[in-house]
Ligand binder design. Sequence first.
Ligand SMILES: Nc1ncnc2c1ncn2[C@@H]1O[C@H](COP(=O)(O)OP(=O)(O)OP(=O)(O)O)[C@@H](O)[C@H]1O
Length: 384
Amino acid sequence: MLDAAPLIRFSQVSKRWSSATAVRSLDVSIAPGQFVVLLGPSGCGKSTTLRMLAGLEAVSGGEIHIQGHNVTHQPPGARGLSMVFQSYALFPHLSVADNIVFGLRSRKVPKAERRERLAKVAEMVDLTAYLDRKPAKLSGGQRQRVALARAVISEHPICLMDEPLSNLDARLRSDMRRDIKALQARLGMTVIYVTHDQVEAMSMGDRVILMQHGEIVQDATPGELYNQPATTFAASFIGSPAMNLLPLAEGLEAAIIEGVPETPVAPLAAATGQLGVRPEDITLRGSGEPGIPATVISDEYLGADTIIHLAVGHHTVKARLAGRQTMAPDTACKVAWQPQAAHLFGSDGKRRDDLAPYNLMPDMPGDVDARVVPRLPNVGSFSI
Ligand SMILES: Nc1ncnc2c1ncn2[C@@H]1O[C@H](COP(=O)(O)OP(=O)(O)OP(=O)(O)O)[C@@H](O)[C@H]1O
């Protein structure tokens, strides 16, 4: 995603500790006005990446450019960034107003201008009624708004946020997600936002950079990440419940070919890996219908939908059905899905879109098992 004039550019940036490598040869360009989420599990290097961009952590290799300037060795104050942390980092002895204008004061912005900017920003984040309070007398959400106001009032074009909502309860998090996104769009800020929460990433990001072991796994829009996960890791990290991943053994490859008799065999030889299907793409059918035989383990009612846990061979498959569904344990049924709902991954875990034309699941009339099994004795050993 190289942009002609990126606002931020990481070139081959690495961070090594004596004990571990946190970030490996990162190349990323970010255009002005983007809301970019760095997403990944704990320890994947997202905070380190953000801290290197902020100048709070020295790089071990590579360069960082902001607005065309090499800032790799510049202190945080010279980089033109604001930051919002999980801990809020408010001064307890200062009022909300003084906390918000603190940075402006140190930059010697005249009092009249400070007042004017404070009034505007306080209104934006709904804090006008609380300006005289001390942080201790605020709720968690209000404290987070103070931290946000402090970033916004600086008028720096880039705002870095490190898990800013993790201390809030679920309801407030959802409100704040919307507020932050709306504020970012309204002000045209470029936001780099670190989180391990896929819901935040999917709902806020224009672009999500998914990291694992200090490297980028996928850099895509939320929709691409969900619909075309680049690896089995991406497939299982996004989505709740996670995508079902079933090992592709020789038997299934053969079954795939069986479903589409004219398709060439050669590409499938390299396909041995995993087959992924999202829980909402699974349909359940009666045991006499086509599909893979399954047995109900349990049903889990979640309100808007129900997750059915199924045993398919010695694997567990989850199906998400709308509304309230009850299925007695041990009920025999069949699982099936539309061919286009199947995601295929090679043995290296990477997505294999070249295999998309294959009919990966017998969603067709007739008893597929009966059709496949007699000619393919190893279907029985296919590991699902
Ligand atoms: N100061 C440090 N000294 C040594 N190793 C560190 C230091 N800071 C981070 N690391 C290591 O670098 C790796 C990446 O850490 P980082 O904090 O960037 O991950 P993260 O993805 O932000 O995780 P989290 O969500 O838990 O904060 C981890 O293995 C971590 O243990």
